[in-house]
Ligand binder design. Sequence first.
Ligand code: MTE
Length: 333
Amino acid sequence: MAKKPNGDISENEVTDESAYLSRRSLLKGFGAAIVGYHPSSLLSDQMALAKVKIRSELDQMIAQKINSRAKADPMELLDVTPYRYASSYNNFYEFGSGKLDPKKNAKNFVTDPWTVSVQGECDGGGIYHLEDLVRPHLLEERIYRLRCVEAWSMVIPWVGLPLARLLKKFKPRSNAKYVKFETLYDPTQMPGQKSLFSTIEYPYVEALRIDEATNKLSFLAVGMYGKLLPNQNGAPIRLVVPWKYGFKSIKSIVKIEFVEKRPNTTWMKSNPKEYGFYSNVNPSVNHPRWSQATERRLPSSIFSPNIRPTQMFNGYEDDVAHLYRGMDLRKFY
Ligand code: MTE
């Protein structure tokens, strides 16, 4: 995020995948379109053969559910970004700082097996296999707007579970005021972590206040567009906080820690004047080097820039404004 992006993917790169999506009727007007399905069938003896198998079955189940819903529900078309864009135009500095680097460099990223270490001020800490964390939960699809601090945006159908539901399992103590997240640190797999020119420190760290983390919109995604998350989008599990700038939505999480004091997060450390702890989407507080009043909704090109006004809290004001009541959002940016 050292500078604004200057290159987009051209229109002709959109594949059938986008046709599949635009055929689907998607909820309009809702910040979160929620479809629940219970993965319990995944737990049948047959499918529980191996953890690897469970993940590929999960993928199939998600896809089937979405296809059948498309036929059943007479919903309006929402402005969902074609899969091709969402999975090729990425920020994932561990795999390079160019928008097209993550897809190229994360091809062989190993995400299975995967464990998440839960630590700090909680009674349910430990090291958990990803499957064990996800399996007991009702997976949902949520169609959320994603607004990057660089002033581009997308609309992405994520599949996963509310963060609050998972955090409850870890039994946070009353002195846990913040939840801190960490991305994998593995320079052998993540070339960006070896780069001498990196603008950020690794491992990538993000954090939320506990009431933000347990807000109903905070989400942990294991899939998108009815499939498992592609590596470049933060496989196998990432955070999605739709009312904040995209950099709060940390990818490939290996550690969750409950802490008393506000953690120093990656982008704050890199440039505290430009990237605050809260980083709520706010059209009236500009980035020191560019305006946040508008955004480019992808796909966009010089002929069709697709510029639109940015909404307060990215349009999720009704659900989150109360979290910041009485706070001066110019100060707490
Ligand atoms: N998480 C990690 N670990 N490393 C990153 O570089 N980039 C962030 C966020 N999560 C990033 C990350 C930024 S700046 C954005 S805008 C979103 O991921 C982009 O998510 P996407 O590539 O799935 O669109």
